[in-house]
Design a protein around this ligand. Sequence first.
Ligand SMILES: [Zn+2]
Length: 315
Amino acid sequence: MAIQNRDVKLLWGKAAGRCSICRIPLVSSTGDSEVPSNVIVGEMAHIVGEKHSTNSPRGISKLPEENRNDYANLILLCPNDHTIIDKDENEWPVERLHVIKREHELWVEEQLGSKLDEKTRIYDDFIDRVALTFELEHWEYLCDNLFRQIMPVDFPDGVYQLGFEHFRAIMPGKEPDFETALEALIVHSRVYVDHYLSEAKMTPGDPRIMARRRYRDDTDEDFLKHQALVDVHNKWERNCTMLLFNCVHALNLFADEVRKKLRPNFFIRQGKFCVHDFMGLMGASMVETWHLPERYFTKEDLDGPLRESGDTNTE
Ligand SMILES: [Zn+2]
């Protein structure tokens, strides 16, 4: 299915006929003033590739092919930049292109002096930051790793940076429910990351932060001491899961608020963010499951004793 007329108009209009990266005009007039001739050099590039194929740059995605020619998945570029982004997918991933597109469209609005509401602008900034920090374009991949205690090294930085910017930001109070949801998400993600890092370790050159598992280095013959280390690990692991669920719950409440008034289509195709338990670890069913958190785990849940299972006896 070709790109529909409506999507073409939206894309060209919002980008003001300029390349979203280098901003050169994509319509140039040549010829003399009597007989002007317009040359159109702009290209409507696909953010997620047009086909679900490795031959299509950024083509492997859950976005259905019938949606790939929509305005939402297109970015207006000059031929030069189009070639550049398609040559190096790692350098130009999907989320980066979305940010570039959005920033370009905002730039256009500002240039035209439209009364862009600065108050809403800060909301937009935070919504984009959340999408980047939580890699919402690839949510299942990130969440699946976090669920298995494999945290990418740049994730904590993103979470802390988001918290720091939020701390400094002067929030306008125009959408109190949105602001509350944003704050809750930031708090829950910081609590989760703090907890995760408390018993995790980084290895130089490894892009993952993994569990410390101190009991494995324990060479003493002291059984009680060894058991205590095992308990520390097990409780850490269980609470990682609970706190991750709290993050995901906060993320869904945040996304609901974003959709209510600010961006009705915010990850609408993705829908609710779930915890994808690929290996069926929870409940030990060993069956692939999706969990949708419906409440926050409380301090009592986190302080609670570990359930007795196998050789792990805490009491
Ligand atoms: Zn360009």
